[in-house]
Design a protein around this ligand. Structure first.
Ligand SMILES: Cc1ncc(COP(=O)(O)O)c(C=O)c1O
Length: 509
């Protein structure tokens, strides 16, 4: 039985104590004093709720914790229906809202077009649509989804340089005009199927600092842009802008500077062919962690230098990960456990670090099998090079969310490895005398690569029926999950909202 999706209807003010290292919160007073009001009109309106004089409500963590607790404490794995103990998400839409404020504060000239591919959750899209963002879509299904939400076609960019013919005909029919290209064949395709399209020439970037390199596949080199612009002119096409992407999960802010410089060069080239480019699309590459401010700072300065406000050029971006990642927490149930003495020697050595197999003398180690893995929502380990960190949600009848007991004993020693990683350093935790109980964590499928965590130590002994949770699971997780081995990739999402403004926009008040 699949339990229904729940909207947990709670009201809270933000607990700033969780976010003291984030400048956006320090400047929140400035925002509430009208900063956002200057930029927002019509459906862009952000409803701010200062809660002045109001009671301080639960913090984001308290809201998430309450939703997790309510769900896991209602499930008795000895008696529940098949699937009741399935993995599930708790999504705090207030986090998405705060990320939007942080974006407006750091990149006030840049209008975000959320990259739907990152997490196409309807509620997330609904909130972003209400906040006035645009949408970067990669396929007909994504475009359909966004249009279904009532978003105007002018707020969509079909940001896929190599498009399916029938999809081009579809968008022509729906009035989605903005799209990217980076090669001559695509230009000829567009000339045939949708000559009125508004085209962005996507240029190559240095994406070597990113987690997921995109320039291996897409982007016109500066050697080829002149020829492409000449062809676009010859075909009578409408080039309106330049786009780039510095790679998903980028870490070098200088990649933005170079890309903006290159884009500026192409703007000038385009003018030589009579194109009056109006928009620069700076793509994605933004992370939700505290690298964002540095990235945004370099980008902002580069834009001010090369595309100053008085140039009248519109600036858009395609952030995905930035909005989605931190908003989603995943809870997984321990469906099986194997003590280390029981395992074949090769698997035993993975957990214990003992090349001969077996656990440290007298100290049991365990392989834990949970009901989600690399073929499911942990597809991010495989495709997005992530290292989700397990925490204990419930063990021995105690719910431990956000307590010290939930944490790994030494998270620096705990390792989440990609499937190809070696096991060479696994003795380090036990050698260092960290103590506790050592676990490896595995997904539910038959495949040996389905390993979430290679080695982690907790102060508690986990058993079947207990729960783990993983934070920052909103980006490139559910969207790339499969049903391999017959496990569902449709998991419940319990929505909470730690921002009154977001609640108001979503009609949750
Ligand atoms: C064209 C395009 N735009 C935006 C994004 C989202 O970027 P990010 O993952 O850095 O948020 C991607 C990610 O692959 C992309 O391919």
């Amino acid at each position: 039985m699949v339990m229904p999706t729940v909207v947990t209807d709670r009201f809270s003010t933000l607990d700033y104590t969780d976010y003291t290292n984030n400048p956006v919160f320090l400047k929140r007073a400035a925002i509430n004093n009208g900063f956002l009001g200057e930029h927002q009109t019509g459906d862009d309106d952000i409803v701010m709720n200062n809660n002045e004089g109001g009671e301080v409500g639960p913090s984001p963590k308290e809201l998430i914790g309450a939703a997790l607790r309510e769900r896991v404490e209602s499930i008795d794995h000895e008696f529940c229906e098949p699937g009741d103990e399935d993995t599930f998400f708790v999504a705090d839409l207030g986090e998405v809202y705060r990320q939007h404020l942080r974006w407006k504060l750091n990149l006030p000239r840049v209008r975000p077009f959320y990259a739907v591919k990152c997490n196409p959750d309807d509620k997330l899209i609904q909130l972003l649509a209400a906040l006035g963002t645009g949408f970067d879509c990669a396929s007909k299904a994504e475009i359909e989804q966004v249009l279904r939400m009532g978003v105007d076609p002018s707020r969509i960019i079909y940001a896929q340089p190599c498009k399916t013919n029938s999809y081009v005909r579809y968008v022509a029919n729906k009035g989605v005009r903005q799209m990217t290209f980076d090669n001559a064949d695509e230009l000829r395709k567009i000339a045939r199927l949708f000559p009125e399209a508004e085209l962005y020439l996507r240029i190559l970037t240095d994406d070597s600092s990113s987690l997921c390199r995109l320039s291996l596949k897409f982007g016109a080199s500066l050697d080829s842009t002149d020829g492409l612009l000449a062809l676009a002119q010859e075909l009578g096409l409408n080039v309106v802008g330049v786009s780039f992407h510095v790679g998903s999960g980028a870490s070098d802010p200088m990649a933005f500077l170079k890309a903006v410089q290159d884009a500026h060069f192409v703007f000038q080239q385009a003018a030589g062919y009579g194109f009056n480019l109006k928009t620069l699309d700076v793509g994605g590459g933004f992370c939700a962690d505290n690298t964002f401010e540095a990235m945004a700072g370099v980008l902002r300065a580069a834009l001010d230098d090369y595309f100053p406000a008085h140039s009248g050029i519109n600036i858009i971006a395609e952030p995905g990960r930035y909005y989605a990642s931190a908003a989603y927490t995943l809870a997984c149930n321990v469906i099986a456990r194997r003590t280390i003495e029981d395992v074949p020697s090769a698997a035993a050595s993975v957990v214990s670090g003992d090349v001969n197999g077996g656990s440290d003398a007298g100290v049991p180690s365990y392989m834990l099998y949970v009901n989600d893995g690399l073929y499911g929502n942990f597809s991010s380990i495989m495709f997005d090079h992530q290292h989700p960190v397990a925490k204990v949600l419930r063990a021995g009848g105690q719910t431990m969310y956000n307590t010290s007991a939930a944490e790994a004993l030494d998270s620096a020693m705990s390792q989440t490895l990609s499937p190809s990683s070696s096991t060479s350093s696994l003795t380090s935790a036990s050698e260092a005398g960290i103590g506790g109980v050592e676990y490896s964590i595995w997904g539910p499928t038959c495949d040996g690569i389905d390993r979430i965590t290679d080695s982690i130590r907790f102060g508690v002994t986990l058993d079947v029926g207990d729960w783990l949770y993983f934070e920052d699971m909103g980006a490139y997780t559910k969207c790339s999950a499969t049903t391999f081995n017959g496990f569902s990739n449709e998991h419940d999402v319990i929505y909470v909202c730690s921002e009154p403004g977001a609640k108001a926009l979503l009609g949750m008040i």
